[in-house]
Design a protein around this ligand. Structure first.
Ligand code: PLP
Length: 407
């Protein structure tokens, strides 16, 4: 009888050979495994709300199942959802969008994947602003593009400046990928900063922008974070707006994301979708209509809860000697400078990088935190503070014990 083996004689395709699983999901899975084995682990790793999907949304989904809205939908999404999204973005930006300029898919992650597949040819460069969301680089590589990483450290408040943008552009540059509020820093570009970037973009009319707005409603200063198209509506035909239900409406597992833009780009993305996943889950799409249309008051309450957690945790972290925190203006992450602890020793082993620090912290104190290295810059850790205050406090206490024990 033949037995299962882990190794096939078949060579993997080159793109699969370079493919790495999401490091954040891996760390979260490891923390969950340790928890299941009975360890008292606190995970600050995954970018997921700890509060439930709002009741009104769940009720609509249950109703949709009952009346049989459970079949394939158009590849680009049900018309009601596309209409609701177009209306929301029209209000946010003061620019008219209609349902034909929207495509809906299985999470913003797949929408971004499809956008890069639709825009990037082999060898094209995609400008990524480091620190960036860990999946960007791999997605660019899967489109056979070249990530052009622009490091934006503390000196520029972790944001792209017009000077750095101009310097990064070459004849091969195809896309600039912007993310505000940012994962991992929570930083938000001001209108003035966006205006200055737009001035550079106008000099390069063949350059597309993908604006990853997934955290734009989790914003501490304004109801919706400022957008490039607020200040530069003339760029609308080359900006692909990316958003979704995961973060704003606590719907990570429903897998609904969307994009808006010029019809030819959106239509190419929809074709990509129709030949791959067919369509996003039908029930989730009906639920997302309710989320987009009728959840503003829940989102406002969530932002207040997040603000309280942010202020509390920042104050606690700042009590740890040698640790610095960049105050976030949106999303639910803290970006923590731990450079002063690099080079110290844990159990006789030198901690050279933030990845070493993160691994030792998990081993020693059972706290899972993603190392800055995964976001393209070393010397930082990223905390997701989408968790109860008491848990956050305990995690910070454990971090303090760990840092102070290093030799
Ligand atoms: C910056 C950023 N963009 C996009 C996504 C994708 O979100 P989803 O695929 O759940 O819609 C995430 C999720 O963590 C993110 O942090």
């Amino acid at each position: 009888m033949s037995s299962n083996t882990n190794s096939s004689p078949i060579t993997l395709a080159k793109r699969a050979q370079v493919l790495k699983p999401s490091p954040i999901l891996m760390l979260a899975a490891k923390a969950a495994e340790m928890k299941a084995a009975g360890h008292n682990v606190i995970s600050l790793s995954i970018g997921e709300p700890d509060w439930d999907t709002y009741e009104n949304i769940k009720e609509v989904a249950i109703g949709a199942i009952r009346v049989g809205m459970t079949k394939y939908t158009p590849a680009n999404g049900i018309p009601d959802l596309r209409k609701a999204i177009a209306q929301q973005v029209t209000e946010d930006l003061g620019i008219e969008y209609d349902a034909t300029q929207v495509t809906v898919s299985a999470g913003a992650k797949f929408v971004l994947f499809a956008a890069l597949q639709a825009l990037v040819d082999p060898g094209d460069e995609v400008i990524l602003v480091a620190p960036f969301w860990a999946s960007y680089t791999t997605m660019v590589e899967l489109a056979e593009g070249t990530p052009k990483i622009v490091v934006c450290d503390e000196d520029v408040d972790f944001k792209l400046t017009p000077e750095l943008l101009r310097k990064a552009i070459t004849p091969k540059t195809k896309v600039l990928l912007l993310n505000s509020p940012s994962n991992p820093t929570g930083k938000v570009y001001s209108r003035e900063e966006l205006k200055a970037l737009a001035t550079v973009l106008r000099d390069y009319p063949k350059l597309a922008v993908i604006s990853d707005d997934i955290y734009n409603r989790l914003s501490f200063e304004e109801k919706v974070a400022p957008h490039l198209l607020n200040v530069a509506p003339d760029l609308r035909d080359r900006v692909v707006i990316l958003n979704g239900a995961s973060k704003s409406y606590a719907m990570t597992g429903w897998r609904i994301g969307w994009a808006l833009g010029a019809k030819n780009i959106i239509s190419a993305m929809s074709s990509y979708q129709s030949q791959s996943v067919s369509c996003a889950t039908a029930v989730s799409q009906y639920a997302a209509v309710e989320a987009v249309k009728n959840s503003d008051k829940h989102v406002a309450a969530t932002v207040e809860k997040l603000r309280e957690r942010r202020d509390f945790l920042v104050a606690e972290l700042e009590k740890i000697e040698g640790v610095r925190v960049a105050l976030p203006e949106g999303a639910f992450y803290l970006w923590i400078n731990v450079k002063s602890y690099l080079g110290r020793s844990f159990k006789g082993k030198k901690l050279e990088t933030s990845a070493d620090l993160s691994a030792a912290l998990l081993e020693d104190q059972m706290v899972a935190i993603v190392p800055g290295l995964e976001f393209g810059i070393d010397g930082y850790l990223r905390i997701s503070y989408a968790l109860e205050k008491e848990k956050g406090k305990e995690a910070v206490d454990r971090m303090k014990n760990f840092f102070y024990s290093l030799k």
